[in-house]
Ligand binder design. Structure first.
Ligand code: ASP
Length: 302
């Protein structure tokens, strides 16, 4: 079975604040990403290409907190983090704190495939992007009026979700291809009003992103500091591999026990060795979608 699952972030968007028009935009955005990733799998492509394709679409969509439309630092700039990992050899690539790379997931993939490193940050990452010929854009390309308003609201001390129905909105994808290879990718602008230089869980291998063939691939969203501290994505895989939990149980354990006990919330998407998809969250909702060759086709928010 081939399968893909995506998320567009977990966060507190009170249902009443999400107008039908806006909900449709989110659903359309998720559907476009899901279809882009699934088309790769359907045509016999690999899971790495599938998760890259899906995340790219979400990075380009200003509704989601990754690429264009990223959450802003307290200085009003976008600083982007992303990671990608493949499960066959457990190769991984990640970038953090980049300000000019249009599609951070592509840079993460270049780091994995064309450098000797796993994680590149800031100017060094951008120098590498330049050498690789990736599309670079001025920082204001990422900044949307909505994110500016959110930042201003945060800085006035208002809770963002009370003002504008946009959640944290990180994006991610996990996939299993026909050959049984697993992959995961995550991309984010991080948290609104973060300090410049803050790095979340998304580009930290094992925290926000992890994949291991024969076990599972995982992408996280939520309050990154907590996901780093409990090594969330790796915890899921280790619980499946070493303690015999089902993928569903392992995901639930992290979200509803481990993170909860620490005071963190968020969501996880995962795909197992057999292509079984699990999507769960402890926040009010999580933008998400999944498709498989066995007929699974869903897009949901709450
Ligand atoms: N996990 C992301 C971070 O902390 C935020 C999110 O998922 O919305 O950077």
């Amino acid at each position: 079975m081939h399968a893909i699952a995506i998320h567009g972030g977990a966060g507190a968007v009170p249902r009443a604040q999400l107008t039908p028009e806006r909900e449709r935009l989110y659903r359309d955005g998720l559907a476009a990403a899901l279809d882009a990733g699934y088309a790769v799998l359907e045509s016999g492509g690999g899971s790495l290409d599938a998760v890259t394709a899906a995340v790219r679409v979400l990075e380009d969509d200003p509704l989601f907190n990754a690429g264009r439309g990223a959450a802003l630092t307290r200085d009003g700039a976008a600083e982007l983090d992303a990671a990608i990992m493949e499960g066959r050899q457990q190769r991984a690539g990640a970038v953090a704190g980049v300000r000019h790379v249009r599609n951070p997931v592509e840079l993460a993939r270049r780091v994995m495939e064309r450098s000797r490193h796993v994680l590149l940050v800031g100017p060094g990452a951008e120098e590498f992007a330049l050498e690789e010929g990736l599309t670079l854009v001025p920082n204001h390309y990422f900044r949307t009026a909505e994110r500016v308003a959110q930042l201003e609201a945060e800085q006035r001390g208002e809770r963002v979700s009370e003002l504008i129905p946009v959640p944290r909105g990180t994006v991610g994808a996990v996939a299993r291809d026909r050959a049984g290879n697993l992959a995961a990718a995550t991309s984010t602008g991080g948290m609104t009003n973060k300090r410049p230089g803050r790095v979340g869980d998304s580009p930290i291998i094992g925290a926000g992103t992890f994949a291991r063939n024969g076990v599972c691939a995982v992408s996280a969203t939520g309050h990154g500091e907590y996901f780093i501290r409990c090594v969330a994505a790796f915890h899921v895989c280790a619980a499946v591999e070493h303690r015999g939990l089902t993928l569903q149980q392992a995901v639930a354990e992290v979200l509803h026990q481990v993170l909860k006990a620490m005071g963190g919330d968020g969501g996880l998407i995962a795909v197992g060795a057999d292509g079984h998809v699990v999507m769960d969250f402890s926040s009010d909702g999580m933008f998400r979608g999944a498709r498989s060759s066995e007929g699974l086709h869903e897009i949901a928010i709450y």
